[in-house]
Design a protein around this ligand. Structure first.
Ligand SMILES: [Zn+2]
Ligand SMILES: [Zn+2]
Length: 392
């Protein structure tokens, strides 16, 4: 690995201390009041204009230098998870039932570190928007910021975010053009039949039998309606009906999740689910209504911006340490909504294989502080390249 500039390593201990403080004081989505205030006041102490309360608990820092109208957005997420931490180290969570189990403490510290370095060096011409978003973990923080006028108030020509990746060595990055993480939908299917005595099925319409037929028919959507080279998954994860041995219930409910890598595929699956469920139910004399809710768009990296991001990573760690074709990830990421509005790229930064580098969302997880200088360097160099001073 090429040695990083002292610019990024000199304050490593200070940035790591910020990260550990955030880890010790985790806050759930839209409740990141301490975190947001800490971020905003620290930005102000660097001489960066801080805007609080964007999308409830979101913060945007604005750093202008020179006269160019060019802009870049750099984004980190701030929220923790409702998990009881099992770690015993000094910076473990001080709050029962809450922990930074996804490394958003590290993401926030790295973006703050980059803000500090850029505010000190000011070696660019244009405007950097530091976007600290709330509620990434399924509560819609990115969308809340966008609905609050994020990109109208703080325009970004391109936008970059990163997530730590356990099992990827520190000193390595993974960058992928095109789809990277899946979009996610949840669904509920309410079936209405006719309740009857368990011994007299001819007197009713059995919603359990209808539900099993619907469950079976829905599996043909991925296998028969989706092109074999495309990828999606439809899982029915709940089936609720009845509460007595001798009663055919009146209603049944199937629930579950769909994951897909394009909005078109997600829409096709939702539409076909509605048609199939309604048609099967009708054929059997019942009714079925499908409530299909898209929670996350797929995370799709712009090809040009992905090339740009990969080049920055290669400059920092060498091209051989940049994975260019990591496998698709069926998990979802809220940054997808920002990428839906502004061309950009979401990259993975290695979290290493040290003790505690178990998967994210595990009660023993911890962000690896060794990755901090690399994340800071990526954000700083991305801004400096996008907003390069004209040579002249
Ligand atoms: Zn997470
Ligand atoms: Zn996360």
């Amino acid at each position: 690995m090429t040695a990083l500039s002292p610019l990024f390593t000199a304050r490593h201990a200070e940035f790591a201390a910020w990260r550990r403080d955030l880890h010790a004081h985790p806050e759930l989505g839209f409740a990141e009041t301490r975190t947001a205030e800490l971020v905003a006041s620290r930005l102000e102490s660097f001489g960066i204009e801080a805007h609080r309360g964007i999308g409830r608990t979101g913060v945007v820092g604005v750093l202008r230098c020179g006269s160019s109208p060019r802009t870049i957005g750099l984004r980190a997420d701030m929220d923790a998870l409702p998990i009881q931490e099992t770690n015993a180290f000094e910076h473990r969570s001080r709050h029962d039932g809450r922990m930074h189990a996804c490394g958003h403490d590290g993401h926030t510290a790295m973006l703050l570190g980059a803000a500090k370095v850029l505010a000190d060096t000011r070696d660019f011409d244009g405007t950097v928007h530091f976007i600290f978003q709330p509620a990434e973990e399924g509560l819609g923080g990115a969308k809340a910021m966008i609905d609050d006028g994020l990109f109208e108030r703080f325009p970004c020509e391109s936008i970059f975010g990163m997530h730590n990746r356990p099992k990827l060595a520190v000193g390595r990055f993974a960058v992928r053009a095109g789809p990277m993480m899946a979009g996610c939908a949840f669904f509920d299917i309410d079936i209405t039949g006719v309740g009857a005595h368990g011994a007299r099925p001819e007197a009713g319409v059995d919603p359990i039998m209808v539900g099993t037929q619907i469950a079976s028919a829905l599996q043909t959507i991925v296998s028969r309606n989706l092109a074999p080279v495309d990828t999606a998954v439809l899982s029915i994860t709940q089936f609720h009906a009845g509460n007595a041995y001798n009663v055919i219930p009146q209603t049944a409910r199937l629930s579950g999740t769909v994951r897909a890598f394009s909005n078109e595929t997600m829409t096709m699956i939702g539409d076909n689910m509605k048609r199939t469920a309604a048609g099967v139910a009708q054929a059997l004399g019942a009714r079925a209504e499908v409530d299909f809710r898209v929670l996350f768009a797929p995370t799709v990296n712009d090809a040009t911006q992905a090339e740009f991001a990969a080049a920055i990573c290669a400059e920092l760690v060498g091209a051989h340490n940049v994975e260019r074709n990591p496998s698709l990830n069926m998990a979802s990421e809220d940054f997808s909504f920002m990428l839906g509005r502004v061309p950009g790229c979401f990259i993975n930064i290695g979290n290493g294989e040290i003790e505690g580098s178990c998967e994210v969302h595990n009660p023993a997880y911890d962000f690896n502080d060794d990755a901090i200088p690399l994340g800071v360097a990526f954000f700083v160099r991305a801004a400096e390249h996008k907003l390069a001073r004209s040579v002249g």
